[in-house]
Write a protein that binds this ligand. Structure first.
Ligand SMILES: *[C@@H]1O[C@H](CO)[C@@H](O)[C@H](O)[C@H]1NC(C)=O
Length: 183
């Protein structure tokens, strides 16, 4: 397995007048990130040679050793595998409630670039932390295309004309420790 999470940029911003129960160094102690179970799949179903329903889905769990897990998931419309997740659209991840550390996580997956940006902010000991991770998504996918040999227009009886299904092996990506800290 190639560990390829690249850069974690970490910034701390002091919050005014907040009680500090943890020191800055304890908030940063053993801070690591991991993307677990990154899963991608897509499906294109041609109901006729000219009409298709297509979508793709990506999901993963973000681990931050200081704040725990966020579950990230998004789907994308498209026309072909090259079109899924091709826009620079940030998506929100879910964090378990209650959320006393004000954890907020977003990600942008760019399928054509095999790359993902994951941003997270949280508080600890009266400081606000912001991380910005770039993740290389080296994912191993296989595509299965099937064309219905018996398809007839207009009497196909609802059977698809063609399907193209992409599934990928889930991957885990470990980070190095956050490389830049300003406080
Ligand atoms: C990995 O993600 C897939 C797709 O979201 C999910 O079905 C599966 O249960 C997850 N596996 C684990 C071990 O969390």
């Amino acid at each position: 397995m190639l560990y390829s999470m690249v850069v974690a940029l970490l910034t701390t911003l002091p919050l005014a007048n907040s009680a500090s129960v943890r020191s800055l160094s304890s908030c940063l102690d053993n801070l690591h990130f991991a993307v677990q179970n990154l899963t991608y799949s897509s499906s294109i179903i041609y109901t006729t040679p000219a009409h298709s329903n297509a979508h793709a889905r990506v999901s993963f769990t973000l681990v931050n050793t200081q704040v725990g897990l966020s579950f990230c998931e998004a789907s994308s419309p498209g026309w072909s595998d090259a079109d899924f997740f091709s826009g620079d659209i940030p998506r929100s991840c879910g964090v378990p409630a209650p959320n006393p550390q004000d954890i907020a996580t977003t990600f942008t997956y760019l399928r054509p670039k095999r790359s993902m940006q994951v941003k997270q902010s949280w508080t600890c000991g009266g400081n606000k932390f912001i991380s910005d991770l770039t993740v290389a998504v080296n994912i191993d996918c296989s595509s299965v295309e099937w064309q219905n040999p018996d398809w007839r227009w207009p009497n196909a009886g609802g059977a698809p004309y063609k399907t193209i299904m992409v599934t990928c092996k889930p991957i885990n990506v470990e980070s190095t420790q956050a490389s830049t800290v300003e406080g």
